[in-house]
Design a protein around this ligand. Structure first.
Ligand SMILES: Cc1ncc(COP(=O)(O)O)c(C=O)c1O
Length: 372
């Protein structure tokens, strides 16, 4: 029965005030530490965070950059990918990889995703490879690790760079190996809503080889070798500042706890029995519940049902990359049937660590009451 009253608070999709409140004091102290140091860009806080975050991922190197989109762009540039090159990507991942590819003049070649987890289908990737292909970007969508073993093997057998987009997947793992340690390079966003989020924009690239790391350090700062002397490029200015690095260092020790809470919430949702919805698989360490996304062929009705119970929802993402303006639509002869179907059926429910048990209970009740 619906017991919602008109005055009941909305269950939000996220609430960054709660998140910030819980850590207000250490964040304030970290901020003041940087202000008093007088060192604001490329200093000791960033060096420490790069080390600590790479170690957390089990990656050899970490290079901080300005955001997750430029992390992808710089990773591609570090492998000398540019105009005329093709890169295989998914079309359902929010346009981020495509934006990076368009920025360097490369062509995104879209491969379909798997029905059960909406990450790149290795078979479709194999078909998308041409003599011009230089890399595969696997997006770990919604916090789910893609099929890294199969994709890595395909990349290796064709001599391609394998890049993970881990913006939604901080801390997820398979066989004890975390996101960020599978690829030749892996990119992270610390946008405030991410599982590990800054108080502003921030990003990072992890990578295997010291040469790639050194290149990334040049490419994030004008292509400089020594100061003012350009030795590499085309480059950018894309730096993670000391304030954000200091804040991220305070937050990193909490990431595991936050991920555990996210996964617990996801498990509570998935335990609500219904035949009217499809849930993600929430059982493994390869899912860190960045977003809890259900599927239904009656999405608008479900949104109305939730909204009547004052529960927020959203669609990640309503438009496939290949359907966005300025994107080359060629080479989709095989179509993207799973991506197209998913875009019409997906709906994101609130799932963030600071949700109260009462809020989680309200979402569970709404799922229980849902009849399509
Ligand atoms: C999968 C994915 N890749 C890349 C990005 C880009 O990150 P940013 O917003 O920091 O540029 C995001 C998030 O915004 C994302 O969700």
């Amino acid at each position: 029965m619906n017991s919602v009253t008109a005055t009941e608070e909305v269950v939000p999709l996220n609430d960054l005030r709660r998140h910030a409140d819980a850590l207000a004091e250490p964040i304030h102290a970290a901020t003041m530490r940087v202000i008093r140091s007088g060192w604001f860009v490329l200093g000791p806080e960033l060096e420490a965070f790069e080390r600590e975050f790479a170690a957390y991922c089990g990656a050899n190197h970490g290079v901080g950059v300005a955001n997750g989109t430029e992390a992808i762009e710089l990773a591609l540039r570090a492998f000398d990918i540019g105009p005329g090159d093709e890169v295989v990507v998914a079309a359902n991942a929010g346009m981020y990889s495509t934006t990076a590819l368009l920025a360097i003049g490369s062509t995104p070649i879209y491969a379909d995703v798997r029905e059960h987890d909406l990450t790149l289908d290795p078979e479709a990737v194999r078909h998308a490879i041409s003599p011009r292909t230089r890399a595969i970007i696997a997006t770990h969508l919604y916090g789910r690790l893609a099929d890294v073993v199969a994709l890595r093997a395909i990349a290796d057998s064709h001599g391609l760079a394998f890049i993970e987009d881990c913006a939604q997947a901080h801390g997820c793992s398979r066989d004890g190996v975390r996101a960020g340690a599978w690829g030749d390079a892996a990119t992270f966003s610390f946008y405030p809503t991410k599982n590990l989020g800054a108080c502003g924009d921030a990003g990072l690239v992890t990578c295997r080889s010291a040469d790639t790391a050194a290149r990334l350090r040049r490419l994030r700062q004008y292509g400089w070798g020594d100061k003012y002397v350009v030795v590499d490029g085309p480059a950018r200015n894309s730096r993670l500042d000391e304030m954000q690095a200091a804040i991220l260092r305070e937050k990193l020790p909490h990431l595991e706890g936050w991920n555990a809470r996210r996964r617990k919430i996801a498990a509570m949702y998935a335990a609500v029995e219904t035949t009217a919805l499809r849930y993600p698989d929430v059982s493994g360490a390869d899912y860190v519940a960045h977003l809890f996304v259900v599927r239904t062929s009656h999405r608008d009705a479900l949104r109305r049902h939730l909204s009547a119970r004052r529960i927020a929802s959203d669609v990640h993402y309503p438009v496939l990359d290949n359907e966005q303006p300025r994107v080359d639509r060629r080479d989709l002869s095989a179509g993207l049937p799973q991506s197209v179907r998913a875009a019409a059926e997906i709906l994101t429910l609130p799932c963030f660590p600071e949700m109260t048990d009462a809020e989680v209970g309200r979402v569970c009740d709404a799922l229980r009451e849902w009849r399509s």
